[in-house]
Design a protein around this ligand. Structure first.
Ligand code: PEP
Length: 254
């Protein structure tokens, strides 16, 4: 049985220590002792430490939104996985569609990051998903397969079981348009079948596949009730205690 994982991607919001700590403390006060689902907060780099401090002693974990696949060196503006670990991170979001689109990240680069994160002991949340045009053109499965194949290249079955996949249809991110539970389930099932073919059934059954794209308290129950949807990567709704906690409470797991 896979445990749901509900992660808040704060994006470039709440980077100031006090605002981040307030939000983290607010979430922790409501769901800090919840053990039925894994709760993760992913603030900007500058507020990782305040958030780690704010959730200390609770079951809430912290993740970063990106990393560079080297320990240290001349990589201006980048962040090392070792520094993320030092800050107290457990997870790292990799290959978010905003990074693929705005920062031109490729499957190959994302794959390097996934391999490096695993080697250092961080759990990657690897994002995949099609654009609106790709969906209209009937290319959803091809795009998702390409992202899975490229991003997971070279990983052993054991390593893949640690990775969290976030299926995020790009057209649903920050738009208020959500994939219907049936449509999302169909893509998640496709991903799991792909994992079964690429690895084996036990591996595919162990991998957690989150849905991301305008998840809210009122659609969380139906989405998270689908057999192959194992959690959510939540952007906008993770910026307010009520909406993020509402999703967790409506997940059907508590
Ligand atoms: C995201 O950025 O990963 C995301 C899913 O955003 P939103 O929930 O705002 O659509």
């Amino acid at each position: 049985m896979r445990k749901l994982i509900l992660a808040g991607n704060w994006k470039m919001n709440k980077g100031a220590a006090s605002a981040a700590a307030d939000l983290a403390r607010g979430v922790a006060a409501e769901v800090g002792s919840v053990s039925e689902v894994d709760v993760v907060l992913c603030p900007p780099f500058t507020s990782l430490r305040p958030v780690v401090d704010a959730v200390k002693g609770t079951r809430i974990a912290v993740g970063a939104q990106n990393m560079y696949p080297e320990d240290s060196g001349a990589f201006t503006g980048e962040i090392s996985p070792l520094d993320l670990l030092d800050c107290g991170c457990k997870y790292v979001i990799l290959g978010h569609s905003e990074r693929r689109t705005i920062f031109k990240e490729t499957n190959e680069f994302i794959n390097k990051k996934v391999i490096c994160a695993l080697a250092k002991g961080l759990i990657p949340i690897m994002c995949i998903g099609e654009t609106e045009q790709e969906r209209v053109d009937g290319k959803t499965e091809a795009v998702v397969e390409n992202h899975l194949k490229g991003g997971l290249a070279g990983l052993t079955a054991e390593q893949v079981q640690t990775v969290v996949i976030a299926y995020e249809p790009v057209w649903a991110i920050g738009t208020g348009k959500t994939a219907s539970p049936d449509d999302a389930q169909a893509v998640h099932k496709f991903c799991r079948d792909w994992l079964t073919a690429a690895y084996d059934q036990a591996t595919a059954q162990a991998v957690r596949i989150q849905y991301g794209g305008s998840m809210k308290p009122d659609n969380a129950h139906d989405l998270l009730g689908q057999p192959d949807i194992d959690g959510g990567l939540i952007g906008g709704a993770s910026l307010k205690v009520d909406s993020f906690v509402g999703i967790i409470r409506n997940s059907g797991a508590l």
